[in-house]
Write a protein that binds this ligand. Structure first.
Ligand code: BAL
Ligand code: ZN
Length: 880
């Protein structure tokens, strides 16, 4: 495979004004007839260069140019392209190809999921359907006719509006769909299957009625209401917050079981991984409900940020993804608790994206080179991309941001554009210069900001010095300073926010404000401060950086209690926990008896005693930093010591805070018992506290707690409580109860694949001895198959990504196992194989013995022969 560079971008030589497709679906093959109405791109220069169409795994049956059938002497065919010579500036190409969706295990292009046909074309799947200019800056109007056997495929869908349908001889039928909006091929979709649908309507702000339909397999028809409600809320929110109205008469979602991603924003016909649509209390957790809501919103929001305005080329992926993640995060924040949403997102970013940014696959938000674009649907492009958009929002304010997004949508509607175009709209709408800010798009790596203070009592002034730097990343040894918005406040000894007046200012400017770092080193002096303040820095995590300030543990406890910024109250608790856990890790490594700093107990006790705190916040504060995060912040990660230290801390906290936890648990469980499940913030909060309390309480080994856990497992009316009880049992020493619970759970839910995914994950993630053996056994379970990405993620992904002591077993067995799976999956589904690899690519984080073992497995994958570009790129970069 070869590298593709942003700097080589050229506008397309030809355009496709109209695309007329006909699909004839059969059990053992599919015929695709494509008519492309094309013309020379006036922006591409003079003359009539050869036309090269993309096409992979296609069996060409016929091709004609302006109705003249071409012979093989008239074109060149390779395994990825078809090249021919047009003889005029406008022309029509007709082609027929045969493809094999029924054997397509890569789940890219047209494939079968169970008994239904479906598509996934982003990024470059359309070239597996027909010969085409498969690039996002070629936008075309599509008409699609689908024909199939009627009995098995009563529902035939594609993008846009249905315009005709009919029956054919031999029990077949057909339907034609027309999409009036020009779109790139990656937004094409087709579905054929025996599906039922839930229907509703939405009246837009200009009073147009839109039909809403969610299509699922018949057994799932009772699990669509939450997604439908989420869709309607999303449509309303996008009108209110961004002024964006839906544009077609119908909006459809289809749930499929076999899907590489979470979902796909195809115009008017979103195709979803069933895990991101189906949700009802009995089978989906609160987290799953929130994920469904967020993904439904995300895909819906793409209709504007992605579809109406799309990407010029795939290097610009974050243009649509970063922006849309930001939009969905704000939507979720508005629907539930803003602070809790921010905490969850930041914890995720710092654990996973920071690790990516520090590893061999580190790349800028706008990458400048890739081998395989599928490898760049990353945490950096999505989550860090969203943080970059958030920083713009912070810099220009909500109103300025709206002006910028209005200008962006208005100016570029119907176009394929770049991140620069987005920035330009923000600049022009706000009269600002974001030239330096754009380094966030071009420089990889997580910036570090070291802050120090000095207080001058005689002058009543307080100085904060900020030093920023960014570690080298592959291909980028040196970094220039970023623009870093740092929101801060200063607290007095009573915990009140002090007025913030910088030297040279006539008066204070609020009590929480945003400073802009632009240089490697910068000092800010605050005046009129009669006492030395305690700074609350990077409020709301105003920039995706690693900021450090030499807080004492007492100061962190003070911030936990008093900071007006909810996010920073949590953050202070996390920093305190990290300090305390790092002590324990060091004690463990020295072979000493571990001793927990009582300040952590005191701090968490006061959190638990505070009845006025949002229960979700209490739950978040009780959650110690995860092992993944502790690994990420380690120089050399000692997974065994990290696990031992964290477990020790949890046991100590359980013992010291038992009564408070027990009270909270019982109170909340009582409420759950006596009320029906509701998927709303307050109820999520109550259950999350109840569940984290239970996980602590079970460490006590007390019979009362075990009984409570079993009661919750058996009697709960919802998956959130039931699954937590199961997970807690699985991690407990109660072997008999554990075995019974696992068995009864699997027996009851055996026909529900999404629930079985949870069952696999809970076991794969358990750090108790014998993990690999358990996982290998579970791979033999009837409900497991390597062909379903959700299953792979649930079992193998959870083992390698969450079970650190199991995966990093000193004998290298976990690494060998993962390499085996990657080698097998490489032949089945390269995208999933490549994603599954991520834990092995982090080898630099571990001790030298583990490094050697991990690299040996990467090498073994490399040597295994015939690698996909997906796997080859990740493995070769990891070993470089
Ligand atoms: N565009 C791929 C799936 C998503 O980000 O919505
Ligand atoms: Zn997206």
């Amino acid at each position: 495979p070869k590298m593709i560079y942003l700097k080589d971008y050229k506008v397309p030589d030809y355009l496709i004004d109209e695309t007329h497709l006909t699909f004839e679906l059969f059990e053992d093959h599919t015929l695709v007839h494509a008519q492309l109405v094309m013309r020379r791109n006036p922006e591409a220069g003079e003359g009539l260069p050869a036309l090269t169409l993309d096409g992979q795994e296609l069996e060409l049956l016929s091709i004609s140019l302006n109705d003249r059938e071409l012979s093989s002497a008239d074109y060149q065919l390779t395994d990825s392209h078809l090249t021919l010579q047009p003889d005029s500036a406008s022309f029509v190409i007709d082609s027929s190809v045969r493809i094999h969706p029924e054997t397509n295990t890569a789940l890219e292009g047209l494939y079968k999921s169970g008994s239904m046909f479906c598509t996934q074309c982003e990024a470059e799947g359309f070239r597996k359907i027909t010969y085409y200019l498969d690039r996002p800056d070629v936008m075309s109007k599509f008409t699609t006719t689908v024909s199939a056997e009627q009995h098995h495929y009563p529902v035939l869908l594609s993008n846009g509006n249905p315009i005709a349908s009919g029956s054919e001889e031999g029990g077949r039928h057909w339907a034609t769909w027309e999409d009036p909006f020009k779109k790139p091929a990656y937004l094409f979709a087709l579905v054929a299957g025996d599906l039922w649908c839930v229907e509703d309507t939405f009246t837009t702000m200009s009073q147009r009625e839109v039909a809403l339909r969610i299509y699922v397999e018949p057994e799932n028809i009772d699990k669509c209401q939450h997604a439908m409600d989420s869709l309607k809320r999303s449509m309303k929110w996008d009108e209110e917050v961004y002024g964006r109205e839906y544009d077609l008469d119908i909006f459809m979602i289809v749930a499929v079981n076999d899907f590489n991603m979470g979902a796909m924003e195809n115009k008017g016909l979103n195709i979803f991984n069933s895990s991101c649509v189906l949700a009802k209390a009995e089978t989906a957790t609160d987290a799953a409900h929130q994920r469904v809501e967020a993904v439904v919103a995300h895909e819906y929001f793409h209709n504007w940020s992605g579809n109406r305005v799309t990407c010029r080329d795939w290097f610009q992926l974050s243009l649509k993804e970063g922006f849309t993640v930001f939009r969905d995060a704000e939507f979720s924040a508005d629907m539930h608790s803003r602070t809790v949403k921010r905490i969850e997102d930041v914890a995720y970013l710092r654990t996973h994206q920071f690790a990516e940014d520090a590893g061999p696959m580190a790349h800028p938000v706008r990458p400048d080179a890739f081998m395989e674009i599928s490898n760049f649907y990353t945490l950096t492009v999505y989550e860090k991309g969203s943080e970059v958009v958030r920083m713009i929002h912070t810099l220009v304010g909500a109103e300025g941001f709206r002006k910028g997004s209005d200008l962006y949508f208005e100016r570029h509607d119907g176009q394929a554009v770049t991140c620069d175009d987005f920035i330009k709209a923000m600049e022009e709408a706000n009269g600002i210069d974001l030239t330096q800010f754009k380094r966030w798009y071009s420089q990889a790596g997580t910036p570090r900001v070291v802050v120090s203070e000095s207080y001058d009592a005689a002058a009543n002034s307080y100085r904060l010095k900020f030093q920023q730097s960014c570690p080298p990343t592959p291909g980028q040894a040196e970094k220039l300073p970023f623009v870093i918005p740092v929101e801060l406040g200063l607290l007095d000894a009573q915990g009140r926010e002090m007025p913030l007046q910088l030297i040279g200012e006539d008066a204070p400017v609020g009590r929480s404000r945003v400073l802009q770092l632009t240089e490697a080193e910068q000092t800010f002096t605050f005046v009129n401060l009669p006492e030395k303040p305690l700074p609350s820095l990077l409020r709301g995590f105003s920039a995706p950086v690693k900021l450090s300030f030499p807080y004492s543990r007492d100061q962190l406890m003070f911030l936990m209690q008093h900071d007006a910024d909810g996010f920073n109250r949590w953050e202070a608790g996390q920093q305190l926990s990290v300090q305390v856990l790092q002590d324990l890790i060091a004690q463990q490594q020295r072979g000493e008896q571990m001793v927990l700093d009582q300040r952590l107990v005191t701090a968490l006790r006061s959190v638990l005693e505070n009845d006025s705190l949002d229960q979700a916040m209490v739950a978040e504060m009780l959650s110690l930093p995860g092992e993944g995060y502790l690994i990420e912040i380690s120089e050399v990660a000692d997974v065994d010591a990290i696990h031992a230290a964290r477990e020790f801390a949890r046991e100590q906290l359980s013992a010291e805070l038992f009564d408070l936890l027990w009270q909270r648990y019982q109170r909340n469980r009582e409420l759950s018992r006596n009320s029906a499940y509701v998927a709303q913030a307050e109820h999520f909060a109550r259950r999350s506290l109840q569940n984290i309390a239970l996980s602590y309480l079970m460490l006590s080994g007390k019979p009362d707690v075990l009984a409570a856990c079993l009661e919750q497992f058996e009697k709960a009316d919802n998956m959130t409580e039931r699954l937590t009880a199961l997970a807690v049992l699985v991690n407990s020493p109660f072997e008999k109860e554990k075995a019974l619970a696992l068995e009864s759970f699997a027996d009851y839910f055996k026909d529900n694949p999404l629930v079985m995914d949870q069952w696999f994950s809970v076991q794969a993630a358990s750090a108790l001895p014998g993990a690999l053996q358990r996982v290998e056994q579970l791979m033999q379970h009837l409900a497991f198959t390597l062909k379903n990405p959700n299953k792979v993620r649930a079992l193998i992904g959870a083992f390698a990504g969450q079970n650190f002591v199991g995966f990093h077993a000193a004998d290298g067995s976990g690494y060998r196992f993962l390499a085996d799976q990657v080698i097998t999956l490489n032949g089945l589904n390269p995208q999933i194989a490549s994603r599954l690899l991520a834990p092995l690519t982090r080898w630099r984080k571990y001790d030298s013995a583990r490094q050697t073992l991990m690299k040996a497995q990467l090498q073994r994958i490399l040597d295994s022969g015939d690698l996909s570009s997906d796997v080859f790129e990740v493995v070769s970069k990891s070993l470089a």
